[in-house]
Design a binder for this molecule. Structure first.
Ligand code: GLV
Ligand code: MN
Ligand code: MN
Length: 422
């Protein structure tokens, strides 16, 4: 037996091979991306594959009531929650948006598995177990809110309420979990790991544009998602005088333009997106009776984010009056900005330096399971560059050298955390 050392390294080919195999499931024809919306048949097939890999390594695999899957080594003598020291855990998600790439989420899970296989193969002795998990419905695009599985794991939402969530296609979380065979018995909220580390692609342009290999993530910006249902009156496009219209489509367009202007005006890290609009009846010669749209607002500054929410509400009231429509607003997600644990952040920075990988500290623009795990244990994240800053797009790409570097930083970080005695 050897004691923990950073002289071991992950197996690059094995990492790339597994990423490639998982990406075949739900593959979008003619691209290297995939579509595995949460709790669909494609998600089930991806889950089954990763679970098989976990079991093949002899790990103890547990599935909880929201379908999170967590695999743990037997280091430290325990055999599961409460029976030994808490594990150092890696993880992320394997669900994707409908137009997903192959790395978003998947990298953090496959790299965590790779770290564990490397440690087991090298016979490294550790005082506490390592674990790797994938959380249900991180993307939230089928079943809002995002980070659903990790939110429930961390005790931020009751299992009962989570299982009752209705998706954009009318499906219900609990029924879909049961249908795909992932309504597991492990209790929730889940046990707190000793520490949690998530490797993820940056999904933005900063690292690539600055020629930096490793992002040392200090925190995640706050997220606010709102659904707006606008009701106007359907009427003839040729005969209805402009001043007499109650046009839900126009109201949606006004709000969408407002969101853009709001983000520009607030400045700083504020961003705003209208990613979905549907009109009914959605016909060329009919004034729209209804519009359903989403607004995604994000900011690293919680006060500024609340101000953005307030101004959106004011805008909506104004549009109701000026366009003669009514608007029902429903909050789909609301998460405060999160700061990661300074000691975990410092370890990531230190090990990147030891590997002579240029790094920089940065916030995350995207939401991540790590922001939920930060509620229950010391947590950090590692970013690797995204080519062209492109993500949530089948064209998403990260260079193999960067995937390998990120996985090695994850390995060294987890080993250090497994040795650390806090
Ligand atoms: C989820 O991954 C998000 O950032 O939207
Ligand atoms: Mn992700
Ligand atoms: Mn994503």
């Amino acid at each position: 037996m050897r004691s923990a050392t950073t002289s071991i390294a992950i197996d690059r080919d094995r990492l790339l091979h597994r990423l490639g195999e998982l990406a075949q499931i739900g593959r979008i024809q003619g691209t290297s991306g995939c579509s595995r919306l949460a709790l669909t048949d494609a998600d089930r097939a991806g889950r089954d594959l990763v679970r098989t890999w976990m079991e093949d390594l002899g790990l103890t695999v547990r599935i909880d009531g929201i379908g999170n899957v967590i695999a743990t080594t037997h280091h430290g003598g325990g055999d599961g929650p409460g029976s030994g020291p808490a594990p150092v855990m890696a993880g992320s998600h394997i669900d994707t948006v409908a137009t997903g790439g192959r790395y978003d989420g998947n990298l953090g899970v496959i790299a965590g598995l790779e770290v564990i296989e490397t440690v087991l193969a090298a016979g490294v002795e550790l005082h506490r177990p390592l674990a790797v998990g994938f959380f249900t419905d991180e993307e939230g695009s089928r079943f809002p809110p995002d980070m659903l599985g990790s939110l429930v794991y961390a005790g931020g939402l009751s299992l009962e309420n989570a299982l009752a969530i209705v998706g954009i296609d009318g499906a219900v979380v609990g029924e879909e979990l049961d249908r795909i065979g992932y309504l597991g018995p492990a209790p929730l909220p889940g046990p707190a790991p000793h520490a949690f580390v998530e490797l993820h692609i940056e999904q933005g342009p900063v690292l690539e544009s600055e020629g930096i290999r490793i992002g040392v993530v200090e925190g995640v910006q706050g997220i606010s998602w709102t659904e707006l249902r606008i009701t106007g009156q359907s009427n003839h496009a040729g005969t209805t005088p402009m001043p007499l219209r109650r046009d839900a489509g126009l109201a949606a367009a006004r709000i969408a333009c407002f969101v853009r202007d709001l983000a520009v005006e607030l400045g700083g890290s504020q961003v705003g997106t209208v990613g979905a609009i549907t009109l009914a009846p959605n016909l060329v010669n009919v004034v729209a009776a209804e519009a359903t749209m989403t607004v995604d607002l994000r900011n690293t500054d919680d006060v500024a984010l609340s101000e953005a929410e307030r101004r959106l509400e004011l805008c909506v009231s104004g549009v109701e009056r000026s366009e003669g429509v009514t608007v029902a607003m429903r909050r789909l997600a609301q998460y405060e900005p999160v700061s990661f644990d300074p000691e975990v952040v410092a370890i990531v920075e230190k090990v990147a330096g030891q590997m002579e990988l240029p790094s920089r500290r940065m916030p995350s623009g995207a939401g991540h399971d790590a922001q939920m795990m930060a509620r229950i244990c010391p947590t950090g994240m590692i970013f690797v560059p995204s080519a062209g800053g492109i993500s949530h797009n089948p064209a998403e790409h990260t260079e193999p050298d960067d995937l390998e570097a990120g996985a090695n930083v994850l390995l060294a970080t987890m080993l250090e955390l497994a040795e650390a005695r806090w």
